[in-house]
Design a protein around this ligand. Structure first.
Ligand code: HAM
Length: 413
């Protein structure tokens, strides 16, 4: 038997209805904040991610699904949504739309990762990109959307960590000082950290290896080296979070795994597993880097698989069951069943009927298994008299009903 590739998942009906509920609730939040949906290609030119996400990142160095297409182009399955959304923003002249441009997406992402709990090779992200504002008000709106999502999904055990990683100007100075600190013990760091030392020393700060964490203790913090503008921006973000009643902690080890971030970065952490469920931040240089004008932006993405874990821990959601099963057998009877089903379905009732030409007994069994709320039996006699029995499957109560949609509706309401 052919099995699904490692790191992918089948989403079965027993779970998909929960995803739909979560997606519906999130969409409502995004609508309330007036974000509009964008859908971009599953694959892009590899260069987009190399330039957008950054050459030195794990995503680009190790995790991309890259292949040459039949025309000899290097193509990559999107590992994240921001680069594609920004490419679309530039390519479609969205800079001339009313500013700011507020986009959201719900898309599959592909990263060749070490598969473990909460880490898949195909996963799904819902994300937002607020493009066109440098104000800390935009950072706050972005974080508010995220925290509202957890609120409407009834997920209480979540922690917000924030940091500022400054702008290229203040970061240059800081990186020099950080390299001096790390350089003293570089030979003791793990191999990954060693390779990051020259091009991306800040990533060493979020290495999860125990020995590196130990070595990082006492490292100089970016927050102490922010330029005046970045410092003021961060102070405003903190002040407004407090004013909005949003609890947060400052975690100076957050640098994020993608190169485009500037100033504010943030993560929402699952209080139970410690996994990052949602991550984002400001990326003021990305649009220019990808060939657009210099336009500031901020956004986030949440991993649906991780979010669903948390949702399921905190919510009990029952699947919708049929309002009515119409049991019938015989040409006239089936025709009547079909007529009534179609009428009721038009009015958004969930109706099931036989499509296998099974016996009454087999249909009854099926109606039971699928937890139909009511059962209507149409046999020869019922066609003659135009009166049928309708049964409440929960109480077992039965009554006669005229075989007419209005009358049936009264019984199953
Ligand atoms: P990211 O931190 O790489 O950011 O991913 C965001 C979220 O996607 C993570 O917090 C996690 O929940 C989920 N995720 C990432 N990798 C995996 C995986 N292998 N398996 C399951 N879930 C995963 C971004 O992608 C940025 N584009 C977010 C952003 C938008 N920043 C600004 N705008």
């Amino acid at each position: 038997m052919i099995q699904k590739p490692k790191g992918t998942k089948d989403l079965l009906p027993e779970e998909s209805y929960k995803w739909q509920e979560v997606e519906k609730n999130i969409k409502q939040v995004l609508d309330n904040y007036n974000f509009k949906e964008i859908r971009v290609p599953v694959f892009e030119h590899t260069e987009l991610f190399q330039r957008g996400v950054g050459e030195t990142t794990d995503v680009v160095q190790k995790e991309m699904y890259t292949f040459e297409d039949k025309g000899g182009r290097s193509i990559t399955l999107r590992p994240e949504g921001t680069a594609g959304a920004v490419r679309a923003y530039i390519e479609n002249g969205m800079a001339s739309m009313p500013n700011p441009v507020k986009l959201w997406y719900n898309m599959g992402m592909y990263r060749y990762e070490n598969v473990q709990k909460g880490r898949l090779r195909e996963f799904h992200q819902i994300g937002i990109e607020l493009i066109g504002s440098e104000s800390s008000l935009a950072d706050i709106e972005t974080i508010l959307v995220a925290s509202q999502i957890f609120k409407v999904l009834n997920i209480p055990n979540i922690k917000l960590n924030i940091n500022s990683i400054g702008c290229p100007k203040c970061r240059r100075e800081y990186q020099k000082i950080l390299k001096e600190f790390i350089g003293k013990n570089l030979d003791k760091y793990c191999d990954t950290c060693k390779t990051r030392f020259e091009k991306n020393p800040m990533r060493i700060l979020d290495c999860k290896e125990k020995k590196c964490k130990e070595l990082n203790k006492g490292a100089p913090k970016m927050l102490d080296y922010l330029c005046e503008e970045c410092k003021e921006h961060f102070e405003n973000v903190k002040r407004m979070l407090e004013a909005s009643g949003i609890k947060y902690e400052i975690d100076s080890s957050i640098v994020r795994g993608l190169d485009y971030y500037t100033k504010t970065v943030f993560e929402f952490i699952d209080g139970e597993s410690g996994l990052t469920v949602l991550g984002g931040g400001r990326y003021d240089g990305l649009i220019e880097e990808l060939g657009g004008q210099s336009v500031p932006a901020v956004g986030f993405a949440t991993g649906m698989e991780r979010l669903m874990e948390m949702y399921n821990e905190n919510n009990e959601l029952n699947e919708k069951v049929p309002d009515l099963y119409i049991l019938s057998n015989g040409i006239e009877e089936n025709r009547k069943a079909l007529e009534i089903s179609e009428e009721l379905r038009k009015e958004n009732y969930i109706i099931e009927k036989d499509v296998c030409e099974r016996s009454f007994k087999a249909q009854m069994k099926y109606a039971n298994k699928i937890n139909s709320k009511y059962l209507l039996v149409i046999g020869e006699n019922e066609i003659k008299t135009n009166i049928a029995k309708i049964k409440n499957m929960e109480t077992g109560e039965e009554k006669d009903v005229n075989l007419n949609v209005q009358e049936i509706k009264k019984c199953i309401r």
